[in-house]
Design a protein around this ligand. Structure first.
Ligand code: ADP
Length: 540
């Protein structure tokens, strides 16, 4: 027996065995039955070609016919399998029978020697030549194979999780197998006149077997683990039973029977635990998949929420700016000649409008940062006078809280630097406003100095400080230390966006922002800005 024969016989046996295992797993399940029928037909096809090898021109024709007839069944059963799998309705649908008409016709035609004929050949004993219905037969196989692939693909699109993976593996295996089998078994022998090439069609079954076995073992298509465990337990019990029955005396018999009972009980427990483990794994896989899906949906919802928020804020921003502008002209620039009482009455509206304007500005900034759209527009700036004017702008507010505020220049003169003035103003305003917000009857000091290649600016306060635990989250979006602390009402006023935006602005300039803080002792925020601005590749 040569190598080819051994391999071919092995493929036929493995194919049949695989079908049997699947059937044994649940013989009532329609897709299992169809899968068995498919494998059975494949092994008939392979066996017929194996037998044909040993026959002569006078005896081979029936086996050629069996081969072609079996192949009709291979594609038919696979198509049926792809329809029934994976939902496996345990009822046959009447229209399924229509699909059996074509294979039946071609089985009859095969046995009438009209699909292929064994003809004498010089080199080898005989060769298989195309019959009158060879091309229609080929088209029939092709259309059934393509229909199966399409159906499996539809199943694949509809399914989720582990089932999806299983179908993908089976789909891939079958597609490769169908293509190679049709090509090598039906097209190549006719084109090349080399009957030997046929064997590659048979070998391609290996691909399908490998893929399906993978789907079974690795992807849990079937509970092979349970089957193997059951088989092993059964074998041990059988061996012990034989030993018990052939015990030489009663005493030995009782001992053997006891061992048998203990092993049988142990085996039962093992099988039960394997089943339980499999059920758990399934459940876990389903849950994981559900979680992944939920996560995807949440990410989508989050994106939609962001887009809505951004759009809504944009729409709100325009009227807020107009209201703020008009109120500011009326109250602060006194354009409407209001008396003090009228100004006092309108002042809270202006204050709240400013807060609203700041909030909408922050939200839009955060959206820009998240979408990597925030840009800075640098120009040469006198940082010294910028800090000075911001600090003096805060003097009144500081005084209201009993705080002193001072700007301390640590260098005689500060060099001019390239910055986005409005954005650095935002950072300074946020840091000084925080210092004032979290300090009562204390001190706030702003310092600036040029050191090495950087300008270092610090904003220190003697306020409440920040808990060690909370410090690592400070620059996170929406984070507010002690947010739900009822003793700290000022905490609830902000949005938790200021530091997040400030950090991004400073990093866009190529600088760094940090802080030191101790609970009850105050905080110092410091940031650096490079003296020589270099455009950097990041867009935060
Ligand atoms: P907001 O001030 O709008 O809440 P920020 O991002 O500016 O948002 O600040 C986040 C949180 O950091 C604040 O809520 C506060 O808990 C804490 N924080 C910031 N600056 C100080 C400070 N100088 N002293 C104490 N806590 C501070």
């Amino acid at each position: 027996m040569n190598f080819d024969t051994i391999i071919t016989a092995l493929i036929a046996v493995i194919s049949l065995l695989l079908g049997c295992i699947v059937l044994a797993n649940d013989y009532k399940n329609i897709s299992n039955r169809l899968f068995f029928a498919f494998n059975f037909s494949a092994s008939v096809w392979i066996s017929s070609s194996l037998v044909a090898k040993f026959l002569t021109i006078d005896t081979v024709q029936p086996f050629v016919n069996i081969g072609f007839a079996a192949t009709s069944l291979v594609v038919y059963f696979f198509l049926m399998f792809s329809i029934a799998f994976p939902n496996s309705p345990n009822v046959y649908k009447s229209w399924w029978h229509i699909l059996s008409v074509m294979p039946l016709i071609f089985i009859i035609l095969s046995f009438m020697n009209l699909v292929a004929k064994a003809t004498p050949d010089e080199g080898v004993n005989f060769k298989v030549s195309p019959g009158f219905f060879y091309i229609p037969y080929f088209l029939f196989l092709l259309s059934y194979a393509v229909a199966s692939i399409i159906k499996l693909f539809v199943n694949y699109r509809q399914e989720k999780g582990i089932r999806k993976e299983q179908i993908f593996v089976v789909l891939l295996g079958f597609s490769i197998y169908a293509f190679l089998a049709l090509f090598f078994s039906l097209v190549m022998p006719v084109i090349t006149h080399n009957p030997n090439i046929y064997k590659w069609g048979i070998y391609s079954v290996i691909i399908f077997l490998v893929f399906t076995t993978y789907a079974i073992i690795e992807r849990g298509l079937l509970n092979v683990k349970v089957i193997v465990t059951e088989l092993a337990v059964l074998l041990v019990i059988l061996a012990l039973l034989v030993q018990t029955l052939s015990s030489e005396n009663l005493g030995r018999g009782i001992i053997n029977a006891s061992i048998l009972i203990i092993v049988a009980y142990g085996g039962y427990l093992i099988i039960a635990s394997v089943k339980k483990e499999i059920a758990h794994n399934r459940q876990l896989q389903n849950l994981t998949h559900q979680l992944e899906q939920d996560k995807r949906e949440l990410v989508d919802l989050d994106r939609m929420k962001d887009e809505f928020l951004q759009m809504a804020t944009h729409e709100l921003n325009t009227p807020i700016t107009v209201i703020q502008g008009r109120l500011s002209m009326a109250i602060e620039e006194n354009m409407c000649h209001l008396n003090d009482e009228q100004k006092k009455f309108l002042q809270p509206i202006l204050t709240d409008t400013k807060r609203l304007a700041q909030l909408s500005k922050d939200i839009l900034n955060v959206a820009r940062i998240d979408q990597h759209r925030m840009k800075i527009n640098v120009t040469e700036a006198d940082i010294d006078s910028l800090i000075s004017s911001i600090v003096s702008g805060f003097e009144l507010k500081a005084k209201e809280k009993g705080n002193s505020i001072a700007y301390i220049r640590l260098n005689q003169s500060l060099p001019k630097i390239m910055i986005d003035q409005s954005k650095i103003t935002e950072v300074l305003t946020n840091l000084i406003s925080n210092a004032n917000k979290f300090t009562e009857n204390g001190k706030i000091a702003v310092t600036a100095k040029a050191k090495d290649d950087d300008m270092i600016i610090t904003i220190g306060d003697s306020g409440v400080g920040i808990e060690k635990e909370e410090q690592k989250h400070l620059f996170e979006k929406f984070f507010q230390a002690g947010r739900f602390d009822p003793d700290n009402p000022q905490e609830q006023q902000g949005t938790g966006l200021g530091l997040f935006i400030s950090k991004n602005i400073i990093e866009l300039h190529g600088g760094k922002i940090q802080f030191d803080s101790a609970k009850g002792k105050g905080s110092t925020f410091y940031f650096s800005l490079p003296l020589k601005y270099k455009e950097i590749g990041i867009s935060a």
